[in-house]
Design a protein around this ligand. Structure first.
Ligand SMILES: *Cc1c(COP(=O)(O)O)cnc(C)c1O
Length: 495
């Protein structure tokens, strides 16, 4: 069964899956959404017998209907291989009376690898299918983790180039070092004097600038996006929620069909939306628990129905969630507005012009499966320490936001449904915050001394991604103002 992807802001624009992946963003700044989400026609008990790659094929083939079996299997097998340091790809670990789905076993030790290791294959396959001969230029704004994961995915992939913008003072030292030491010859990295929202807005602006598009077209380039606004990121993320579920079944933790809760530390709303899409496909989910840090726009939205980005941007210990404009929420808004592009476009216009919008009571009723809450930085540090002291398991600060919110949820609701917490980064990526949470006396030690301390405490070997940057040379030194981003991109492309 095939279906199209529709623009959330323009009702007549509909494209195939491969075209949506190639373009990244729709015209007028809208996002592509599946016209329908097909119900999984295989029983969970059949899916439970599959490994990650097998399951990935079943889920993705239902969503990317214009890819052949051969094409999809090529993409899946190229992505989910020994690059991952755990044969399960996304292992589920039981701690703190719940289950942590470790999504950080890829090349750059953050969950972004789950989708960004396959996106370059999906994109180059999509280009071939659509006879698109231009060189693909990936433009990416990052709050820290997407940048390196996208660089690692696209590095030296023929027919592509990639430019990454990150907030110069808004990422962890290890995140920055991972990016500025990237060696791929088709890569470009720049820090900006601004925050993540500035970077994301700047990138979106370049996407919708007709003059820039025309100039690049003449030179044989075409922009695309590796941010989670690209549907090619969201669909691969549906897979691991199925995989978490089948692992729970296989471990005898749940019966087939039993509803589970899913807790997601949220920033741009991509990861949690993928869980929601999986449930529309038939995955039995009770609640989606949306965990925010001090930038708690989403918590306010779920409790009041008002999305208001007009507030101070707070730099926290979970930088990949320091976001006030959660782009993927637009896909949910579109859906709860009854797939009404005009209504959605109106609300997004209010967000751009007035910095806020309010949804109707009817729309709000559609959100009953979502629960929002937040954890401040002290709570996050205390949660890391507490869970470490319970059984030696060490969380990164993003996952700790989720664990803290889940504790609050249980207390508030008494809900005992089995729960999966999306564990989005290795603690090694945020060594300083993690180590000072456990032992404040390490504050003055240098970064790599803390890495070695973390290894001793956790008993988890230092990942290759960290070993790689210990002594790596800094290759990207560009820092620019927000309004210089376009000029910098033109420079990278040799204008
Ligand atoms: C990107 C990221 C998040 C937020 O995910 P979204 O899909 O943007 O909501 C959470 N934790 C980590 C470690 C991340 O890298």
């Amino acid at each position: 069964m095939s279906f199209l992807y529709r623009n959330t802001r323009k009702k007549d624009e509909a494209v195939t899956a491969s075209q949506a992946i190639l373009q990244g963003l729709g015209t007028d700044g809208g996002l592509y959404v599946p016209d329908e989400i097909p119900v999984m026609d295989l029983p969970l008990s059949a899916l439970a017998k599959m490994d990650y790659r097998g399951l990935a094929y079943e889920v993705m083939s239902r969503m990317f209907t214009d890819f052949t079996e051969e094409e999809l299997k090529y993409c899946i097998n190229s992505a989910y291989d020994e690059k991952f340091d755990d044969p399960a790809i996304a292992p589920l670990k039981k701690h703190h009376g719940t289950h942590f789905l470790e999504l950080f076993h890829g090349k750059t030790i953050a969950f972004k690898d789950m989708a960004l290791s396959i996106l370059p294959y999906l994109m180059t396959t999509a280009a071939k299918k659509n006879r698109m001969e231009k060189e693909i230029v990936i433009l990416t704004a990052t709050s820290g983790d997407t940048g390196k994961a996208a660089l690692a995915g696209f590095a030296d992939v023929p027919g592509t180039r990639i430019a990454v913008f990150y907030p110069k003072s808004g990422v962890s030292p290890i995140q920055e070092k991972q990016m500025v030491t990237e060696r791929g010859r088709n890569t470009f990295v720049a820090g900006i004097h601004g925050n993540f929202d500035d970077a994301q807005t700047g990138v979106k602006k370049m996407f919708s600038d007709p003059v820039l598009k025309q100039d690049l077209d003449e030179k044989g380039f075409r922009f695309s996006s590796a941010n989670s606004i690209n549907i090619g990121r969201l669909v691969p993320q549906m897979v691991y929620y199925y995989y978490a579920y089948t692992q729970l079944m296989n471990a005898g933790e749940i019966e087939e069909g039993e509803k589970i809760n899913i807790v997601v530390p949220t920033g741009n709303f991509g990861n949690i939306l993928a869980a929601y899409y999986a449930s529309l496909m038939g995955l039995p989910v009770n609640r989606f628990i949306c965990a925010s840090n001090d930038n708690k726009v989403l918590y306010d939205f779920f409790t009041t129905g008002v999305y208001d980005r007009k507030r101070d941007f707070i730099l926290t210990t979970s930088p990949s969630m320091d976001i006030l404009i959660s782009s993927n929420l637009e896909r949910l808004i579109y859906r709860i507005a009854g797939n009404d592009a005009d209504k959605n476009a109106e609300l997004m216009k209010e967000l751009t012009e007035k910095g806020r919008y309010t949804i109707t009571e009817d729309m709000k009723k559609e959100l009953s499966k979502f629960y929002g809450n937040f954890a401040d930085m002290d709570t996050v540090a205390a949660t890391i320490k507490k869970i470490y002291e319970e059984d030696g398991y060490i969380l990164d600060p993003h996952t700790a936001v989720a664990a803290a919110v889940y504790d609050a949820y249980k207390k508030e609701t008494g809900d005992t449904a089995k729960t999966v917490i999306a564990s989005t980064a290795s603690p090694y990526k945020f060594t300083r915050s993690v180590m000072t949470a456990i032992d404040p006396s390490c504050e003055n030690e240098e970064d790599f001394a803390l890495v070695d301390r973390l290894e001793k405490l956790s008993g988890v070997k230092v990942p290759q991604a960290i070993e790689d940057i210990r002594s790596a040379e800094i290759l990207h030194k560009t820092v620019c103002e927000i309004n210089e981003m376009e000029q910098v991109v033109r420079g990278f492309l040799g204008e």
